[in-house]
Ligand binder design. Structure first.
Ligand SMILES: CC(C)(COP(=O)(O)OP(=O)(O)OC[C@H]1O[C@@H](n2cnc3c(N)ncnc32)[C@H](O)[C@@H]1OP(=O)(O)O)[C@@H](O)C(=O)NCCC(=O)NCCS
Length: 170
C-alpha cells in the first residue's frame, strides 16, 4: 500500500453559527461543535484511507473560548499519523472577524478513526508521510496520545506504554 502525504488528507469546512445551535447566552453548544469536528475529521480520515471510517475515540478537545451566534467558523482537519488500521486526525477551529476578516484559532480537537470493511472489521490504511515542520511535530507526539488513549480504553497495559513512561521517567 503506497504511503501518502499528510496534506492529501486536508479537509476544510466553513460554517455560520445559527440560532438553533446556541445556548441562552447566544454561544455555540459544545455538542454542535463536536459534531462538526467529527464530520470534517471523518472526511479527512476518508481522504487518507479511501475506505469507510468510524470514530474510535475523541482523545482531546479544548473549548478555548465561546463562539458567538452568527460567527463564521472554519474547521481544518488533517491526519497527523496513521498506524495499522487507525488514524489520528487533528482538527483546528478558527473564528473569523466579521469586519476585518482576520481569523484566530478558538478550538482544537484530536480524534482517532479506524478504517473498516463492509463487516465493520478493521482494515489496513496507508502510512502517512509528514512533510512540514508542524506535521513532523504532530506525527511524533501522536504516539504518546495513542498510548494514552489505548491505556484509558483498557486496550494497552500501562507497562507497555513506553512513550508515556519516557515522559515521566526521572
Ligand atoms: C473502532 C472499532 C472498529 C475498533 O474495533 P476493534 O475490534 O476493537 O479493533 P481492535 O482492538 O483490533 O483495534 C483496531 C484499531 O483501533 C484502534 N483503537 C481501538 N480502540 C481505540 C481507542 N479507544 N482509542 C484509540 N484507538 C483505538 C486500535 O489501536 C487499532 O489500531 P491499529 O490497527 O492502527 O493498531 C470498533 O470498536 C467499533 O466499531 N466501534 C464503534 C465505532 C462507531 O460506531 N463510532 C461512531 C460513534 S458511536
Amino acid at each position: 500500500m503506497k504511503a501518502k502525504a499528510a496534506k492529501e488528507s486536508l479537509a476544510i469546512q466553513t460554517k455560520v453559527v445559527l440560532p438553533h445551535e446556541t445556548n441562552s447566552l447566544g454561544k455555540l453548544f459544545g455538542g454542535a461543535l463536536l459534531a462538526w469536528m467529527d464530520e470534517i475529521a471523518a472526511v479527512s480520515a476518508h481522504r487518507h484511507a479511501k475506505r469507510v471510517v468510524v470514530t474510535a475515540s475523541i482523545n482531546h478537545v479544548s473549548f478555548g473560548e465561546p463562539i458567538d451566534l452568527g460567527a463564521i467558523v472554519t474547521l481544518e482537519a488533517k491526519v497527523s499519523r496513521a498506524y495499522s488500521s487507525s488514524m489520528e486526525v487533528i482538527i483546528d477551529v478558527f473564528v473569523e472577524d466579521r469586519i476585518t476578516g482576520a481569523r484566530h484559532q478558538s478550538n482544537q480537537a484530536i480524534y482517532t478513526f479506524v478504517a473498516v470493511d463492509q463487516n465493520g472489521a478493521p482494515i489496513h490504511v496507508p502510512e502517512l508521510i509528514p512533510e512540514t515542520e508542524e506535521e513532523h511535530k504532530r506525527f511524533l507526539a501522536a504516539l504518546r496520545r495513542r498510548q494514552l488513549a489505548l491505556v484509558l480504553a483498557g486496550k494497552m497495559k500501562p507497562d507497555d506504554a513506553t512513550e508515556l513512561k519516557s515522559i515521566f521517567k526521572i
